[in-house]
Write a protein that binds this ligand. Structure first.
Ligand SMILES: O=C(O)C1=C[C@@H](OP(=O)(O)O)[C@@H](O)[C@H](O)C1
Ligand SMILES: C=C(OP(=O)(O)O)C(=O)O
Length: 443
């Protein structure tokens, strides 16, 4: 990591937003059913594929949030029709000739900054990319270098902002990518590759590969639209050139966003249910169930409803989270409330997420009186009595939900800028309040 990146992500900056007093829950156990909206990862993949398709398509149950609205806006700027249907979660996508000039706002969305460049490369014209200040330090180099080596003119360094000058076609071919910093480097190239003249054969060259389920998700959604993907060679993906079929698709609920709600059952005791849970899924959020069992809860999936029950006692855990890095903030919050130490491993790449999540979690858990230390690839968290304080969130939606989780047990936790949850879960505080006031019926 460069010193610039550390400076831009200082974990000692003053809070600049009114803080949300996280509700503390004592007394009665939870008994709530929480319906969570669509998956961010699936919505943004399906939007990209619909934009590249050979006809109009529909997404049902799509997530409407900052990240997904930025994706829709980016595609619109490139000439794609994206409109709302009868309900906000129904999105109609009408592909059109991809064209610049365009200015793409990536916000802080990894999926926008890593998935849209390969689409822009297919456009005719100049496409400029930029985003939030915090987005300007998220790693982008491997995506931009890969596009250059596939014949795409890219101006810029290794981060936002950068400019892609498309000529309406991309040659494609073979490319080596070090995706140890983010699986999204792989997904972003594969998603558009069927529209490249020669398709793509992408080989991962780095020492580790995070979030493999998210790459599997990419392969799965590509196959569902008729694109041929060969992933039989380890760490190599070949996407054949060919049409992308238009579809009318249903988006699964976001299982990672379900995580803090299910985890609440362990913190408070009681039961939280999440309906619409898929029996089979590539979402790494599904791993939440086994993680919560390892930490002392029970979890069962019956008729599409995930039910998690806890006693209020939480066991520490020693776990490699490299497949499901986005669950780390939730697991870290539980670990801070556990009755034994935890070690979270395999997540060095979280230093390039919305913020440096390892530093952020260590700093904020320590601020509340806990003991949390960064390791080379994760965190060691030793439970200690916690006290109230402002829990800083660094524009990171999952920091905010972690603060809410700790606040269930620790009075006086003030979550800074809780509205940052709108990145993937607008209305989070209302959902949280409904969970806490529910008496067994749907909340
Ligand atoms: O492709 C995706 O939709 C995602 C991949 C993962 O990124 P990293 O591989 O950078 O962790 C994950 O953490 C992120 O929330 C979503
Ligand atoms: C890492 C995450 O997001 P992004 O898609 O912006 O990388 C996340 O949601 O935890």
């Amino acid at each position: 990591m460069t010193s610039d990146l550390s400076a831009a992500r200082s974990h000692e900056t003053a809070p600049d937003h009114a803080a949300w007093p996280a509700p503390t829950r004592t007394g009665a156990p939870l008994d709530a059913t929480v319906a969570v909206p669509g998956s961010k990862s699936l919505t943004n993949r399906l939007l990209v594929l619909a934009a590249l398709a050979d006809g109009p398509g529909v997404l049902r149950g799509a997530l409407r949030s900052r990240d997904t609205d930025l994706m829709a806006a980016a595609l619109r700027d490139l000439g794609v029709g994206v409109t709302e249907g009868d309900v906000p979660s129904e999105l109609h996508v009408t592909p059109g000739p991809l064209r610049g000039p365009a200015d793409i706002d990536c916000g802080l969305a990894g999926t926008v900054m890593r998935f849209v460049p390969a689409v822009a490369a297919l456009a005719d014209g100049t496409v400029r990319f930029d985003g939030d200040e915090g987005a300007r330090v998220r790693p982008m180099g491997p995506v931009l270098d890969a596009l250059r080596s596939l014949g795409v003119p890219v101006e810029g360094q290794d981060t936002l902002p950068f400019t892609i000058t498309g000529h309406g076609a991309v040659r494609g071919g073979q490319v080596d990518v070090d995706a140890s910093g983010s699986s999204q480097f792989v997904s972003g190239l594969l998603l558009a590759a069927a529209r490249f003249d020669e398709g793509v054969t992408l080989r991962h060259t780095g020492p580790t590969l995070p979030s493999v389920p998210h790459i599997d998700m990419t392969v799965e959604v590509l196959r569902e639209v008729g694109v041929q993907v060969d992933d039989s060679v380890p760490l190599t993906w070949t996407v054949s050139p060919g049409p992308v079929a238009a579809r009318d698709v249903y988006v699964e609920p976001d299982l990672s966003n379900a995580g803090p709600f299910l985890a609440a059952a362990l913190v408070v005791g009681g039961t939280v249910r999440v309906p619409g849970w898929p029996a089979v899924t590539t979402q790494p959020g599904a791993m939440m169930a086994e993680l919560l069992i390892a930490m002392g809860g029970t979890a069962e999936l019956v008729d599409g409803v995930m039910t998690v029950t806890g006693t209020g006692e939480i066991r520490g855990i020693d776990v490699d989270l490299h497949e499901a890095g986005e669950l780390t903030p939730t697991i870290a919050a539980l670990a801070a409330l556990a009755d034994s130490p935890s070690r979270l491993r395999g997540v060095a790449h979280l230093r390039g997420h919305e913020t440096d999540r390892l530093a952020a979690l260590a700093t904020e858990i320590t601020r509340l009186g806990g003991q949390a230390e960064e390791t080379e690839d994760g965190l060691v968290i030793t439970p200690r009595p916690l006290h109230g304080a402002t829990f800083r969130t660094y524009h990171d939606h999952r920091m905010a939900t972690s603060g809410a989780l700790i606040g269930l047990r620790v009075p006086g936790v003030l979550v800074e800028d809780v509205e940052t949850t709108a990145k993937t879960l607008p209305g989070f505080t209302a959902m949280w309040d409904r969970m806490l006031s529910a008496t067994g019926s749907a909340s």
